[in-house]
Design a protein around this ligand. Structure first.
Ligand code: FMN
Length: 213
């Protein structure tokens, strides 16, 4: 099939996020200016640079919130900092609970029965149960086009200032993917765990015969 995105795709569900897969999940913890804590998952999330390490996540607009902003981005605008926690398989249900559209000011750590641990370089707490946390300072919020002004789309870029890695997932100085057990977002209601893992070495120039010359 082929369709132009301004036209109807004619399928039962929008296939857009079912074909950009698998997506890592950034579980964003933040505080507002009064110190009220928030936690929510975002799968329009990825790393974007090494030096300094930077990440981005995107917040789609929400017409049910007065200013159209979800709580995480509203908090990050106020304080300029946030943490990204990794969602391991055993945290899947808790992560899902924190996606509830709770009113601003509701602490989703409490909603999901999660433990707060302090961060070192930012004020927001991290998820103690999560094996990895990236502490982030806001670099830039980029306004993105939106088909409805009441639902603004925005991308948040953050500089990763510190990283927590649980010793239990480090084996011989390498992050063990089996112990990390991250989940990723697929389309519809689906998620995936990492199954088969394989390695490839990047080719150098000129290509060798073994590189498919
Ligand atoms: C796995 C998962 C991934 C999500 N990814 C996004 C996303 O990339 N962008 C977005 O705006 N909302 C996303 N959501 C929905 C938000 O988590 C939801 O709107 C939440 O209530 C926002 O919380 P907040 O207002 O406390 O930030 C996702 C939900 C789930 C369960």
């Amino acid at each position: 099939m082929f369709y132009r995105t301004e036209d109807d795709h004619g399928l039962r569900h929008n296939p857009f996020n079912a074909i950009i897969v698998p997506r890592p999940i950034g579980w964003i913890s933040s505080c507002d200016a009064e110190g009220r804590v928030n936690l929510a998952p975002y799968s329009f999330f990825n790393g974007v640079a090494y030096h300094p390490p930077q990440i981005m996540y995107a917040s789609t607009g929400d017409a049910d919130r007065g200013d159209g902003l979800k709580d995480s981005i509203a908090n990050i605008r106020e304080t300029g900092e946030f943490a990204v926690n990794l969602v391991s398989y055993d945290l899947r249900e808790a992560m899902n609970r924190t996606a509830v559209p709770a009113p601003r000011g509701v602490d989703e750590f409490e909603v999901a029965g999660l433990t707060k641990a302090p961060c070192e370089t930012i004020g927001a707490p991290r998820v103690a149960e999560s094996p990895v946390t990236l502490e982030c300072r806001l670099v830039q919020i980029v306004d993105l086009p939106s088909t409805n002004p009441a639902t603004p789309n925005r991308a948040v870029f953050g500089h990763v200032t510190a990283i927590h890695i649980a010793d239990a997932v480090l084996v011989d100085g390498v992050v063990d993917i089996g112990k990390l057990a991250p989940i990723s977002r697929l389309g519809y209601r689906d998620y995936a765990r990492v199954g088969e893992v394989f390695s490839m070495t990047r080719p150098t120039w000129p290509l060798a015969e073994s590189d498919g010359r």
